[in-house]
Ligand binder design. Structure first.
Ligand SMILES: [Fe+2]
Length: 256
């Protein structure tokens, strides 16, 4: 694969296409109940692996590091027991495609990644699963986790953005390399980090009804994971994601 399909429907399995056309009541119910659903079997694994390999060949070199470490003062300046606080800590490489002149944006456009993540089929799939009408313009981003990379607990709440203040939807396509192991953990709605799903798969789709507390564990060699011949020895995992505002969400907030 030298260029990605422009249409997200071209990545889907027959099951994924049926969900795109008619929806899936069980998945929609799961997402109404849960804040996050991780769906396997909708995206074709072989096509996802080809996409991952293309990103690895042509986009990895132009990503930028996103890193925020644990501040030493968080312990040093603590004066009372059991009142510690931690900001969002993270280490990953990323591209947000906000700057049209950035090398990553130009490379992603050439590969067809921006067209794919902005494709009407991806929005329609997200609408089918969430049961909500979504704004046609969406955000796009990629992440690449290398060994030990992670995202610490955070909410993704953006109360300063009127479109997103009342909630929004993220769809993350997991593109794990051979032998990569990583787990997504989140607040199951009971106020505890009580949900977890292994996301070291290639072709899994995570649908998030944000905001809520969640984190991604450090990338490790997965259980029994062994790199494929010639694929290098270090595990890695890409995430290609689209962010959707709910249709009309600006009006509701603006009228308050
Ligand atoms: Fe997040």
């Amino acid at each position: 694969m030298d260029r990605l399909p422009r249409d997200f429907a071209d990545l889907l399995t027959p099951l994924g296409r049926r969900v795109l056309d008619r929806g899936d009541p069980a998945l929609a119910r799961a997402l109404a109940r849960e804040r996050l659903v991780y769906a396997e079997g909708l995206v074709d694994r072989r096509r996802a692996a080809a996409m991952r390999d293309l990103l690895e060949r042509r986009l990895a070199a132009v990503l930028v590091p996103m890193a925020r470490a644990i501040p030493p003062e968080s312990i040093r300046n603590q004066t009372r027991d059991a009142v510690e606080r931690l900001i969002k800590t993270v280490r990953v490489r990323t591209a947000t495609f906000e700057n049209p002149r950035a090398a990553a944006t130009r490379a992603a456009a050439r590969l067809g990644l921006l067209a794919l993540l902005g494709s009407p089929a991806l929005r329609r799939l997200a609408e089918r699963l969430s049961g909500r009408a979504l704004d046609p313009a969406n955000g796009a981003q990629v992440l690449r986790y290398g060994p030990g990379d992670y995202s610490g607990p955070h909410t993704d709440h953006t109360p300063e953005n009127a479109r997103a203040a009342g909630g929004y939807l993220d769809v993350h396509l997991s593109l794990a390399g051979p032998g990569a192991g990583q787990t997504l953990v989140w607040d199951g709605g009971d106020g505890h980090m009580s949900r977890a799903v292994p996301v070291g798969t290639c072709g899994g789709l995570a649908i998030y009804r944000l905001p809520f507390w969640h984190y991604t564990t450090p990338l490790v060699r997965g259980p029994g994971g062994r790199p494929a011949a010639g694929a290098g020895t270090k595990p890695f995992r890409w995430v290609a994601l689209a962010t959707f505002f709910y249709a009309g969400s600006n009006r509701r907030v603006a009228e308050r």
